[in-house]
Design a protein around this ligand. Structure first.
Ligand code: ADP
Ligand code: AMP
Length: 213
């Protein structure tokens, strides 16, 4: 079983949606640097204060900050049997740093057309308390505005507004997309193409778990 896994793909590709479901099914932690940064921003930590201006503008937070956060998270006990990295690495520099921290078994590359991404991100809502991800159009919560899992309030991320979405897609193409070739050349990358807006998440999750096995 391949349990040290990276989920690669543009913002809105479904990384968090699939990683959270796999975490529940296989008991492997989902590590989202975006979630860790949002938590730091909410708690007004030193890192959070530094990161905020980048996140709100849809730019990447400097490598040294994110690498340090990731390193600390991977050192925790629950990562010893594996992990799913969701949103890290996002630059070649981060990928090289990761090579010095741990070994990666598999990279799942989610391939999703831009028009689906824009639709999904502009209708994404997340739970303020537990970070669970919903979609107003495709995956609505049972009760409007309330998280199915923890009862927390749902909100739209600041960076899911139209201007910032376009900026994030641009950043992905320029800074993160080169990682596809980086990992493909190593022979550990598998593409998963999702070109329909309504493919049920469980269907994609089943495909990914088969590849992990
Ligand atoms: P990422 O973590 O890659 O940025 P998310 O997992 O947050 O992406 O997904 C973006 C949005 O698209 C969310 O609102 C999510 O609910 C929705 N979504 C993702 N995958 C699917 C799917 N297969 N079917 C329907 N909606 C989806
Ligand atoms: P995400 O939740 O993955 O969409 O990330 C939200 C935002 O957090 C991004 O637009 C970046 O500003 C920042 N971020 C998350 N992960 C990273 C990373 N690995 N490197 C740099 N910035 C990141």
């Amino acid at each position: 079983m391949k349990t040290r896994v990276i989920f690669l793909g543009p913002p809105g590709a479904g990384k968090g949606t699939y990683a959270s479901r796999i975490m529940e099914r296989l008991n492997i932690p989902q590590i989202s640097t975006g979630d860790l940064l949002r938590e730091a921003i909410r708690n007004r930590t030193e890192i959070g204060i530094k990161a905020e201006e980048y996140v709100s503008q849809g730019k990447l937070v400097p490598d040294d900050i994110v690498i340090e956060i990731l390193k600390q998270r991977l050192a925790k006990d629950d990562c010893k049997n594996g992990f799913i990295l969701d949103g890290f690495p996002r630059t070649i520099e981060q990928a090289k740093a990761l090579d010095n921290i741990t070994h990666i078994d598999l990279v799942i590359n989610l391939v999703v057309p831009d028009e689906i991404i824009v639709k999904r991100l502009s209708s994404r809502i997340i739970c303020k308390r537990c970070g669970a991800v919903y979609n107003l159009i495709t995956l609505p919560p049972k009760k409007e505005g309330i998280c199915d899992k923890c009862g927390g309030p749902l909100y739209q991320r600041e960076d899911d507004k139209p201007e910032v979405i376009m900026q994030r897609l641009d950043v992905y193409k320029k800074q993160t997309a080169p990682l596809v070739e980086y990992y493909r050349n190593r022979g550990i990358l598998v593409d998963i193409v999702c070109d329909k807006v309504d493919t049920p998440p469980e269907e994609v999750v089943d495909r990914i778990i088969k590849i992990m096995r």
